[in-house]
Ligand binder design. Structure first.
Ligand code: PEP
Length: 247
């Protein structure tokens, strides 16, 4: 059985004070142990969030990291820096990072491998643009992104990787894939992983992301292959986050 994982991606939102106000509001309402409830916050808030969520069911993730251990990479954050403060997850290869910060399948793969090496579970994002969808390239795009992202991931580490299928045209637009469409692509992504790892693919959690909100989360989560959601906008409001996690 794959444990559902609902992760909020706050993107570049919330100061430390706002982040703490949020967790203090939600922490006693996120009581389920049947779902992994995650908040992926800006770097500056991570340490305080880890401390504020100690003893609760909320896990904390980063939204990016560098793949090198240390060195002359001005402005970057190293894997060990996240590990030191107990970060549980790290989002890797979000489409905004691919689009605005030149992330490639190669750097995404290096980051996935490094996260696993230091003991942080990567959330590996994939998904097609509207143009690619209209050209019926959705599955091929996801196949390439997932195969390249997982290159050299060992069988032992595979189940620590969470894949997030996020059609770019559905991110922050209010448009969602239908639950059936999302399930179809996610089932295909599982087949791609099975092509690489056989039955171990059944242990990999695959999320859907793209305008998920309290009103549609239960329909999305009722699909056979969808194991969770990566949620941007709707994860910023405390009451919505609680509803999402308690889908
Ligand atoms: C995201 O940022 O990963 C995302 C899916 O955003 P939204 O839920 O706002 O579409």
């Amino acid at each position: 059985m794959r444990k559902p994982i609902i992760a909020g991606n706050w993107k570049m939102n919330k100061t430390i004070a706002e982040a703490l106000e949020f967790v203090n509001d939600v922490k006693d309402r996120v009581t389920t142990t049947e779902v992994d409830a995650v908040i992926c916050a800006p770097f500056l808030a991570l340490k305080d969030l880890k401390e504020a969520t100690k003893g609760t069911n909320i896990k904390i993730g980063a939204q990016n990291m560098h793949f090198e251990e240390s060195g002359a990479f001005t402005g970057e954050v190293a894997p060990a820096m996240l590990k030191e403060i107990g970060i549980d997850y790290v989002v890797i290869g979000h489409s905004e990072r691919r689009e605005y910060f030149n992330e490639t399948d190669e750097t995404v793969n290096k980051k996935v491998l490094k996260a696993l090496e230091v003991g942080i579970d990567p959330i590996l994002c994939c998904g097609e643009t509207l143009e690619q969808r209209e050209a019926s390239q959705t599955k091929e795009v996801c196949k390439v992104q997932v195969e390249k992202g997982l290159e050299n991931v060992s069988k032992e580490d595979l189940a620590k990787v969470v894949v997030a299928y996020e059609p770019i045209w559905a991110i922050g637009t209010g448009k969602t894939a239908t639950a059936e469409d999302a399930n179809d692509v996610i089932a295909y992504i599982r087949e791609v992983i099975a092509g690489l790892y056989g039955e171990l693919a059944n242990d990999v959690r695959i999320q859907y992301g793209g305008s998920v909100k309290p009103a549609n989360v239960s329909e999305i989560m009722s699909q056979s292959d969808i194991d969770g959601a990566l949620v941007g906008g709707a994860s910023l409001a405390a009451n919505d986050y609680v509803e999402l996690v308690n889908f």
